[in-house]
Design a protein around this ligand. Structure first.
Ligand code: ZN
Ligand code: ZN
Length: 371
C-alpha cells in the first residue's frame, strides 16, 4: 500500500472542481488507504483537500488501529479526537487551513452514513454536498493486475463451492439447510465472510434476489444458486449456476435454458475495450428477446465488482461508458417464469485487450444433480 491512490484521488478531485473529498469507513477508505475500519457513529474520515495534504480524522481510542493498519505507513497526518470534541469542526478547520479558504464543493462517499455527511456539511456552512462517486469510481473501476489476481482467487474459491453442490443440494432438504452448508463451504474454500447465499428452488427461483426459505427441495426442481463472499484482502466473489435436482429438466426448460446460455456467451463474446457497458447488456438481451423470452429477463446484465459486490460499472441500458482493460464485472442474464421457476448464469469477467477473461470457469449448462 502506498499513498499513490490518495494522491490520484486528490488530482481527480482538483480536475473535477471538487474542493474536498471526505471518505468514511467502507470500501472507498479501504481502497485508498488500506484501513478496513468498521462503520460506527463516531467519525472516522479521510479528508482529501484539492490542494495541500490529505489527513485522517479518527476517534482517539481507534488511533492505535490506524497505526497498525496499512494506512499507518502512508505518512498521512492523523488528527485524533477525544470523546468531548467535535470531530466535524476538527475536520472542517483542518481542511480550510489546507485550502486557504472554506471549501465550496464537498464530496462524500456514496455509502457514507447520512449523519456523517450532514455533520460535515453543518461544519462547513455554505458548502455544497455532492457524491465522490465520479472521482472514486474512476479509480476503482479499473483494476490493477494485483487486484485482478485477488478477484481471480475469489472466483476460484467460489467455483470450488459450486463444484461441491451435490454435497449440499439434495431432495428433501430445505433451502435454509442447503444455504447453511453452502455458507460453511464458502468459508472453507477461502473466504473470510459470506456475502449472500441465494437458493431459489422451484417457484422461488423466479424471484432473482430470493435468499433462503423453509421450502423443501422436490425431485425435478430447477434451483438457482447465486453465492458470493469476501476474501481476506476484501475482494469479492459472485457466481450463479442453475441446477436440476433428482431428475431431468422438462423439455421446455432445456429449450429456454439453451437460449439463456447463448445470451450469456454472446455478452461475454462482445466484451473488449471501447465497447460500451450498454452494448454488453444489449448483446445478452437481444438473444433472449429474439427467442421470445425478453419480458422474462427483468434485470440489468451485470455490475462491477471489487471491494464491493456491486460497484461501477453497471451493465445496463443507458450506460454509454466505454469498457477499459482492467474493468471487472458480472455477466448474469436470467429468465424468470413467475410461479414456476427461474434460471441465471453468472460469471465475473475482466476486460482485457484481447476480450473477456472469465474468472469463473465451472460448467454453465443446466447441471443435473442426482438428488
Ligand atoms: Zn450473483
Ligand atoms: Zn452479481
Amino acid at each position: 500500500m502506498t499513498v499513490d491512490r490518495v494522491h490520484a484521488a486528490r488530482a481527480l478531485a482538483a480536475e473535477s472542481g471538487t474542493d474536498l473529498l471526505v471518505l468514511t469507513p467502507g470500501s472507498d477508505l479501504r481502497y485508498l488507504t488500506g484501513y478496513d475500519a468498521h462503520a460506527m457513529e463516531r467519525l472516522t474520515a479521510l479528508a482529501v483537500p484539492r490542494q495541500g495534504e490529505p489527513f485522517l480524522v479518527v476517534p482517539r481510542l481507534e488511533a492505535p488501529m490506524v497505526e497498525v493498519s496499512p494506512a499507518g505507513s502512508l505518512g498521512l497526518e492523523v488528527l485524533a479526537w477525544d470523546e468531548t470534541d467535535d470531530p466535524f469542526a476538527l475536520l472542517a478547520g483542518a481542511a480550510t487551513a489546507q485550502l486557504g479558504s472554506a471549501p465550496a464543493r464537498v464530496a462524500v462517499g456514496a455509502r457514507t452514513w447520512a449523519e456523517h455527511a450532514l455533520g460535515v456539511q453543518r461544519a462547513l456552512p455554505g458548502s455544497a454536498l455532492e457524491l465522490a462517486g465520479p472521482v472514486l469510481d474512476r479509480l476503482r473501476m479499473v483494476k490493477s493486475p494485483a487486484e485482478v489476481e485477488e478477484l481471480a482467487l475469489a472466483g476460484a474459491a467460489i467455483d470450488r463451492v459450486h463444484a461441491r453442490m451435490a454435497e449440499f443440494l439434495t431432495v428433501g432438504r430445505t433451502e435454509a439447510a442447503v444455504g447453511a452448508d453452502i455458507a460453511a463451504a464458502i468459508l472453507e474454500e477461502g473466504h473470510v465472510g459470506v456475502d449472500f447465499t441465494i437458493v431459489g428452488s422451484g417457484p422461488n427461483g423466479a424471484s432473482p434476489h430470493h435468499e433462503l426459505s423453509d421450502r423443501t427441495i422436490l425431485a425435478g426442481d430447477v434451483v438457482v444458486i447465486d453465492i458470493g463472499g469476501k476474501t481476506a484482502t476484501g475482494y469479492r466473489s459472485d457466481c450463479t449456476r442453475t441446477y436440476v435436482v433428482g431428475g431431468s429438466a422438462a423439455p421446455d426448460v432445456a429449450e429456454w435454458y439453451a437460449v439463456l446460455h447463448a445470451a450469456q456467451q454472446a455478452a461475454v463474446a462482445v466484451v473488449r475495450p471501447g465497447v460500451t457497458a450498454e452494448q454488453v447488456d444489449a448483446a445478452a438481451r437481444q438473444v433472449i428477446a429474439d427467442a421470445g423470452w425478453g419480458e422474462h429477463f427483468i434485470h440489468r446484465t451485470g455490475h462491477g465488482i471489487g471491494l464491493d459486490s456491486h460497484e461501477a460499472p453497471y451493465l445496463v441500458g443507458g450506460n454509454d461508458l466505454p469498457l477499459e482493460p482492467g474493468m471487472a464485472f458480472s455477466i448474469e442474464p436470467g429468465i424468470y417464469l413467475a410461479g414456476r421457476c427461474g434460471a441465471r448464469i453468472e460469471d465475473i469477467v475482466v476486460c482485457t485487450d484481447d476480450g473477456a477473461r472469465s474468472l469463473n470457469v465451472g460448467p454453465r449448462e443446466l447441471v443435473e444433480l442426482p438428488g
